[in-house]
Design a protein around this ligand. Structure first.
Ligand code: PLP
Length: 417
């Protein structure tokens, strides 16, 4: 195959926003009494399993990456360096740097034409901390959460770790992994406390239409159920769509928590700045929890965030245009690939095609990596409903995408499933 070695540095990617060092994460099975039994709710991340294996190999092409492959925009880097040079290196207020709180509030108020005050915002260490705070502060025994399956592998373990119950709402490749709002509503029962939404979705790239978000949010508010909406990919829309945020589908913020970050939109995953938007009462409670977890988010990176939101946005248009070009090509390549059934993902940088029913995608992904050097992530990393699917990320150059499929298509043609 004779090509350059892996397109990523294996020590610093976060396939799904998870920790990156290729260390063994075997704590879940340990019999040692030292560890909190709740840690058993944390699975060994399926993404890590693949990336660790790939780290031992040469000539790997990664279609497994969960973070943008573009540089951070220049004006954002300048603002970060300026902040360091000007002594912005102490703690900020616990809710966040006041300038950033104001900028985020103004940004959403303007985008969704609704009142949002700085007191509705809490700045966190990436969306990961935002999700952690929101779920750990509310999941408890007796509380059930409806979680689309497949989904980003943070939600279900965090709910379970805190004693909550997860009820999976399966989605399917045949329907482009759309969530059926009626199915969600029909699953709301006596114990249901929360509903998780993630649009555009990791791992499917599915974007929910406004009718879906609106129906779920409105029914949830009526039934006293909370909606937790992870909107980290809200700017990566690959078709001409109006984005449906929970923030523009609800009249008040009492039953919603919206989590987001700069990681995907501005390619700032290593700068670790995210936020939660909710009612002022909820933000007050979460601030207290935040002080006991990370205290405050990174100060110079919060200044970088102010520059990102206030600065020019043409850099975003060119990133989205490139993701769109790759999506168009990947959809074509997936449909050319024997045994894979794809669909049309409209957001983020993922497609989640399926292999024939009852195929074990984990075995396929491992053999594909060993025999072709192409690394993708098997479906069981994202839940129980799609063990025959593969997550393919197009956060990789077009050359890498083309070469990966040049290897994979003839390999798949030789397989019998
Ligand atoms: C759906 C989703 N939510 C949250 C995150 C974490 O984002 P952050 O880097 O802001 O912690 C990721 C990262 O991969 C993601 O895909």
């Amino acid at each position: 195959m004779g090509r350059r070695s892996p397109v990523i540095r294996s020590r610093c990617i976060g396939g799904s926003g998870m920790v990156a060092d290729p260390v063994e994460l075997e704590y879940s099975e340990t019999p040692e009494p030292m560890w909190n039994p709740a840690l058993r709710a944390l699975p060994i991340p399926g993404i890590r399993r693949m990336v660790n294996m790939a780290a031992e190999m040469d000539d790997v092409i990664h279609l497994s990456i969960g973070q943008p492959d573009f540089p951070v925009p220049d004006h954002v880097i300048e603002a970060h360096i300026d902040a360091l040079r000007h002594g912005q290196t102490g703690y900020t207020m616990d809710a966040g740097l006041p300038e950033l709180l104001e900028t985020i509030a103004e940004y959403y108020a303007d985008r969704y034409q609704r009142p949002i005050a700085p007191e509705n915002v809490l700045v966190t260490t990436g969306a990961t901390e935002a999700i952690y705070l929101a779920l750990a502060a509310t999941a408890a025994p007796g509380r059930q959460f409806l979680v689309p399956d497949p989904s980003f592998p943070l939600y279900a373990p965090l709910i379970r770790m805190n004693g909550g119950e997860v009820k999976a709402i399966p989605t399917r490749a045949e329907n482009g992994h759309q969530l059926d709002p009626q199915e969600v509503i029909d699953n709301i029962g006596m114990r249901t406390f929360g509903i998780i939404l993630n649009s555009p979705s990791n791992p499917t790239g599915t974007v929910y239409p406004r009718e879906t978000v609106e129906a779920i949010v409105q029914e949830a508010a009526y039934r006293g159920v909370y909606v937790y909406s992870d909107e980290v990919y809200d700017h990566l829309l690959l078709d001409d769509l109006q984005y449906a945020s929970v923030l523009n589908c609800t009249s008040d913020l009492d039953h919603v928590m919206m989590m987001s970050s700069f990681s995907k939109t501005y390619s700032m995953s290593g700068l670790r700045i995210g936020w939660i938007i909710s009612s002022q009462g909820a933000i007050k409670k979460l601030r207290r929890f935040h002080i006991f977890t990370t205290t405050v988010a990174n100060t110079p990176a919060q200044w970088a965030g102010v520059a990102a939101l206030r600065g020019e946005k043409t850099c975003l248009d060119s990133m989205v245009a490139e993701y769109r070009r790759r999506r168009d090509r990947v959809v074509q390549l997936v449909s050319d690939a024997p045994h894979l059934t794809g669909y049309w993902p409209q957001g983020a940088f993922y497609i989640f095609p399926s292999l024939p029913p009852n195929t074990d995608a984990t075995t396929v992904a491992i053999r594909m990596l060993q025999e072709t050097g192409v690394c993708v992530v098997p479906g069981d990393a994202f839940g129980d409903s799609c063990p025959n699917s593969l997550r393919i990320s197009f956060s990789a150059s077009m050359d890498d995408i083309e070469e990966a499929f040049e290897r994979v298509i003839p390999w798949l043609a030789k397989q019998r499933f």
